[in-house]
Structures are given as structure tokens and as C-alpha cells.
Design a protein around this ligand. Sequence first.
Ligand SMILES: Nc1ncnc2c1ncn2[C@@H]1O[C@H](COP(=O)(O)OP(=O)(O)OP(=O)(O)O)[C@@H](O)[C@H]1O
Ligand SMILES: [Mg+2]
Length: 375
Amino acid sequence: MPTPANILIVDDLRENLLALEALIRKDDRVIYQACSGEEALTLMLEQEFALAILDVQMPGMSGLELAELMRGTDKTRGIPIVFVSAAAKELNYAFAGYESGAVDFLYKPLDAHAVRSKVSAFVQMYRQRQLLQQAEQELKRAVQMRDEFMSMVSHELRTPLNTLYLQAQLRRRIAAGAPLSPEKMQAMVERDEQQIRNILRLIDDMLDVSRLRQGTLAITPEPADLAVLVRRVVDSHAGQAAAAGSPVTLDSPASLPGVWDEFRIEQVVANLLTNAVRYGGGKPVQVQVQALPGQALVTVRDQGIGIAREDQDRIFGQFERAVDKQSAPGLGLGLYITRQIVQAHGGTIGVSSVPGQGSAFSVHLPLDARPAARA
Ligand SMILES: Nc1ncnc2c1ncn2[C@@H]1O[C@H](COP(=O)(O)OP(=O)(O)OP(=O)(O)O)[C@@H](O)[C@H]1O
Ligand SMILES: [Mg+2]
């Protein structure tokens, strides 16, 4: 149910207030009563109102005077007003200047049907305005997220491209005759390749996220060997891991056959391994592959910075990170994509971690990820 709409009714006669309230009372409304203009103003400054119903003839401040005062204050200027009057004539008073433009009239003796339908119309208008405001806020948030995203991506792309640019300048000097040993040349090409891989991975991640948004990240389960696949990923990350001071050990059976999307599961293991090295504090990383009844379990363990309890769920969301932007590169997409892939296989991923001591990410996969086999 939406938040209740507050309605203010103002009349100097208690019995009129009671009769009016009885007419317009509803579950989704809260009715406030005021016996004078002063009392009404106080309430209006404290609360947000969807509508004010003002008796025109009141001793002291009249309904029209109250409306004038409302017009003079930001907080009350936008509240729609319904004047209640005994005589049609006194309302010839021009009220064109009232900013909300929402001014209406009811005549005494009150006709129950007219009162109800008028009030309903105003409440509906109020709700629509609320929805619009909500939509506007969501839009603002989306635009802000897009801006942040663009600046993050630019930053992430800039770093490897900058390195490549420096390498290119070096090559220009070589072309101009500066000597370079074949070993140095080899190392240079490897660095280039690494930077290019980083850029490609970033772009692939972004493509995956937009596929996930559109629901088109499909998995194609086919016979595969998890043990072989994990070994391949570990081997291909060995150089990078060793350079970071985090040698990777693998504990796995020689073979663990099943039916999975090999390319996507490689991506899962690669993401977890990259994180373990990136956040592993330069300590060894362990990867374990186990066959359980009906399922396989892959665990990636590090002895690094760990993850606080309150962040352990959040990090699986888009762009969610538990470290600040400066301390480590990354967009915060890896675990989001990873979890989506694992779930598309009918599996689960979880983390257990003690801050300062390390983290262990566990992926459970059914041996056969085809939907028919799972059902
Ligand atoms: N092994 C880990 N140890 C400690 N913190 C981790 C570990 N893995 C992930 N995290 C935390 O979870 C956050 C989200 O991880 P995720 O892989 O989604 O993004 P990322 O590594 O920051 O960037 P990306 O993977 O997109 O390059 C990380 O920023 C980090 O704070
Ligand atoms: Mg990551």
C-alpha cells in the first residue's frame, strides 16, 4: 500500500469537521482537523498534505485569508485547496494567482457524492505526483550511475593504454637505431600482450553485463572436464600470480567429467583466481577441485586482506567493491558476472572470510548443468 495521503480539514465548527471526516475517511488517508486558520497553518508547516479543505467563513482568519497566507510560503504553496462555502457568490473572489492552480469549491449543504469524488480526484492527483517524483529520482540516480561508470571505465582503460603508449615510444627509438636484446624485446612484447589482455577483459566484462541486463547471457553446457579446465586456468595465471608473490597450488583429481559451459566456467575460475591474487596480500593461493555426490566443488583460497562480514553479500552485486578505487584496479564486475554464470549452471557460490586472514570462495556446480538434467 502507498504511504497514506494526508488531508487537512479546517472549520470552526466541530460538528462540521466530524461530518466531513466521516464522509472522506478511507484506509489510505489520514485526516487532520483544525478549528482555525492558525491551527491549520501550524499543521501545514509540520506535515505534507495532499489536500486542504477550508471553510470560507470562520471567525478570525477566514478560509480565503488562510489561502493567501498559504500562497506566501514555500512549504504550503503547492497544497491544493478546496473551499467550502455556503454562498456561491463570495467565491467570485479571484484566486488565479494561487500557484498550484489546484483550487476547487464545494457548496453547503454538502452533497456526499460531490465531496467524495472531488477528494478522490485530488488524492489521485497527489499519488500521481508522488510517482512522478519517484521516477524522476530514479532517473537522476541512473544518470549519476552512468557518469560514475564512464569515469571508472575511462580510468581503467587509460592505465593499460598508457603503458602501451610508452612501449610504443620505446619501439620508435628502437626503430631509429637504439639496440635492444632479443630477451628485452621478448619481455616487451609480453608486457604488451598483458596490457591488451587487460583491456579485452574489461571490455568483455562490460559486454557480459549488458548481456545479463538483456537476459541474453546464455550458457551452452557440453561435456567437459573440470579438472583439466581448472588446471589450464591456473597454468595461464601462474606467471602473473608469481609476479605478485602469490604462487598458486592446485589440489585436484586428474579428471572430473561433467556437462558445463567450459568457456564460462573458465571465466568463473579466472575471476576468482585474479581476485585471490589481487587481494591476496602477496601470499600463496590455493585452488581445490573436489568431486562430491552429484556435484563438483571448486574452492579458491587466499591469505590476503579478507572481507568484512557486512560486505560479504554486497560484493556479488554490480559495481560493488569493498576496497577503495585507489588501492586496487577493477570495476567491481567480476563477482557479479561470476555469480550469474554459476547460477545459470544451477550452482551456487559463497564466500567465507576473516578480515586480515584471507578468503575462501566456494563454487558448487551440479555435474550436469543442462536444465533438463537439473530438473
Ligand atoms: N579474494 C578476495 N579477498 C578480499 N576481497 C575480495 C576478494 N575477492 C573480491 N573481493 C572484494 O570484492 C569486491 C568485488 O570483487 P569483483 O571481482 O566483483 O570486482 P573487482 O575485483 O573489484 O573488479 P573486476 O573484477 O571488475 O576487475 C572487490 O573489489 C574486493 O573488495
Ligand atoms: Mg575481480
